[in-house]
Write a protein of this length. Sequence first.
Length: 149
Amino acid sequence: MKLHQLRPAKGATQREKRLGRGEASGHGGTSTKGNKGGQSRAGYKRKMAHEGGQMPIQRRIPKRGFNNIHRVEYKVFNLGQIDQLAEKYGISEFTLTNLYSNRLISQHDKVKILGNGEIKSKLTFKVNAVSEKAKAAIEAAGGSIEILA
């Protein structure tokens, strides 16, 4: 081995890319950024969803319908389910806290009872809404209903 054959191990050295240091750096006068325009200048920030003058996608796609911000969404339970749930979870009072503790609803859900099916057990209901048919069936089974605000 001779002095002119000495080399660092492969991968041991890396050449630093020195931008903005003129022609001798090997990256030219424009520092690999091309010629002119915002992207070649310091402080450039691309605007979100900007498509370079092309009509942006949020303006190309047609809008349909209407979202009512005052809509109230309920978690619905039918009378046919209630006997099974009461038996499975040992519920004697059908309240929001009982339903939440048994992971049947989320913390801020509103609950509505609908009249599909039959109820046999005598239960106390403390819910946000009840249909007329469900109310009549619950009272006929000997249960009571309290509507929460």
